[in-house]
Design a protein around this ligand. Structure first.
Ligand SMILES: Cc1cc2nc3c(=O)[nH]c(=O)nc-3n(C[C@H](O)[C@H](O)[C@H](O)COP(=O)(O)OP(=O)(O)OC[C@H]3O[C@@H](n4cnc5c(N)ncnc54)[C@H](O)[C@@H]3O)c2cc1C
Length: 472
């Protein structure tokens, strides 16, 4: 574990690097830094051990955000505020981005360009997967790899087995940070992964020794408010303690890993003026679907076992979104007919979104974040409509009846508010997540995504943060 410090003591030192946040983006950035650098981690929340989190369950500290929502649909954005951030509550899904997710603008003329490609990120993906002890396999046809997955995939559900046989080029094991070998207990497939009772899922807290080292200190319950800037370069972080006192912590480099809404808020407060800053807030649009089918399901080894790419990449992305199908092995509801209890499928259709400038984070009169949300793009909704129509055709068993079909209120993936890019007029950071405007200032995390990809963001943002740390 890290040595902890106090605000008063932290202010006496000039640090090599100060990092706001203590979750994936902060920790993988730290891991990439030179091993002799003197680093301070500034975390707004408390350190809450696993047993106490189990006691608190749904009462774990959360940030909710003020929002003007004109979409006509309920929309939630939230994040957990404690040491390890959302790693405490994430589900542990760890797909890589599809190579063409990085080339959407170039290949299909849609969205903003990425300043790097899959091959550039590949070694960092591999390193993050090693550290997280990811279980997976069988996806090499789509995702070139320099090393095999560290651990084998979980046992597929019975519907996955049927789908893999029918669609060997597009239905795969879902890679996961829910253990199937390694230092953590093997997943027990109980389906409550947002607070894994047996510590099977990778969290920053249960893997903290992979990140801690001499020369790194942790300051808890201290909120990064804005970046100190001198002569166009980062000079430190202004931090507010629990008693409201604000103190400047001086440093040569500053990195923000506080999530896309909080990072944008801190950058706006710091006076950065990039036209893209705070804008393009987005995440995937998704439908949760349960359907009665003419085949048995479940009996897989973890909560989500299958990924289908049949509706994902191709020329259709000029007009409608790529869609990922996630197959849940968690029988949230069963059939009641004798002998047919498990003849049901529970899936999610997840569409990439095209970020829109009007979806944004602004500062309110008190300097706090206020979200303006007008909804997902028509591009995303066209992708979902097509996926819903196509589903009965791609599944290799009869779909007898849709039992439930709901547009999700959140994917809990906060993305896009400080997009990366080569053009300083259209982006906030470069491909190493260094702000164009202020040298020595990094904005980490999925806030850097120029476009969304249908897949979960965390493996990619961790790989990007590791690469950013190596550049420092
Ligand atoms: C229920 C749930 C399930 C999810 N499942 C998946 C999944 O299966 N796969 C996947 O890829 N993604 C998943 N996600 C998304 C994933 O959790 C995020 O992509 C990831 O946590 C982002 O990492 P981060 O380090 O950028 O930010 P966070 O994890 O949000 O961490 C930010 C940290 O900064 C701290 N902080 C905030 N403001 C300040 C401040 N002003 N000063 C100092 N510290 C601050 C916070 O307390 C926190 O520790 C899920 C999210 C949720 C909520």
């Amino acid at each position: 574990m890290f040595a902890t410090t106090t605000l008063a003591d932290a202010a006496k030192v000039r640090w090599d690097v100060v990092i706001a946040g203590s979750s994936f983006s902060a920790m993988f950035f730290l891991r990439g830094l030179p091993p002799d650098s003197r680093v301070l981690i500034v975390e707004k929340g408390e350190l809450v051990d696993h047993a106490t989190q189990i006691e608190q369950r749904d009462d774990r500290a959360k940030d909710d955000y003020a929002m003007t929502n004109t979409s006509g649909h309920r929309k939630d954005w939230f994040a957990h505020r404690l040491f390890g951030g959302n790693s405490n509550c994430w589900w542990g899904q760890t797909p890589r981005f599809h190579p063409n997710d990085f080339r959407l603008a170039e290949l299909y003329g849609v969205g903003a360009p990425w300043p790097l490609d899959y091959d550039t990120l590949e070694p960092f993906y591999t390193e993050v997967e090693e550290l997280m002890e990811i279980a997976g396999g069988g996806t090499e046809a789509i995702f070139p790899r320099s090393a095999p997955y560290p651990y084998p995939p979980h046992i597929p559900a019975r519907t996955d087995i049927a789908c893999m046989k029918a669609m060997p080029q597009s239905w795969f094991h879902a890679p996961s940070a829910r253990s199937n070998g390694g230092s953590r207990p093997t997943c027990c497939a109980n389906g409550v992964c947002d607070l894994c009772p047996i510590e099977s899922k990778f969290t920053i807290l249960n893997s903290v020794d992979s990140f801690s080292r001499d020369g790194v200190s942790l300051l808890l319950q201290a909120e990064a408010r804005h970046v100190g800037i001198a002569a166009g370069a980062a000079d430190g972080l202004v931090v507010r303690g629990v008693d409201g006192t604000e103190v400047t912590l001086h440093a040569d480099l500053v990195a923000l890993g506080a999530n896309a809404i909080n990072n944008a808020t801190i950058l706006l407060r710091s006076g950065l003026t990039s036209p893209a800053l705070g804008r393009y807030l987005h995440e995937q649009a998704s439908y949760e679907i349960e359907a009665d089918i003419g085949a048995p399901n479940y009996y897989g080894g973890t909560s989500i076992t299958g990924h289908c790419y049949a509706l994902y990449d191709g020329p259709h992305r000029r007009d409608r979104a790529a869609v990922l199908v996630e197959n849940y092995n968690s029988p949230y509801s069963l059939r009641t007919e004798p002998g047919r209890w498990t003849d049901r499928i529970s899936i999610k259709l997840i569409a990439e979104d095209i970020p829109q400038a009007e979806n944004r984070v602004e500062l309110d009169a008190d300097g706090e974040p206020h979200i303006h949300w007008q909804g997902h793009s028509d591009y995303a909704m066209r992708g979902l409509d097509h996926a819903i129509e196509s589903l009965p055709d791609i599944l290799p068993f009869p779909v007898e009846r849709i039992v439930r079909q709901v547009l999700s209120i959140t994917e809990a993936h906060i993305q896009g508010t400080h997009r990366m890019g080569d053009d300083p007029a259209a982006s906030v950071t470069d491909g190493y997540m260094r702000t164009h405007e202020v040298s020595g200032l990094y904005a980490l995390g999925a806030g850097g995504y120029p476009t969304s990809s249908p897949v979960n963001p965390t493996l990619t943002l961790s790989a990007l943060a590791l690469r950013a740390g190596r550049s420092a």
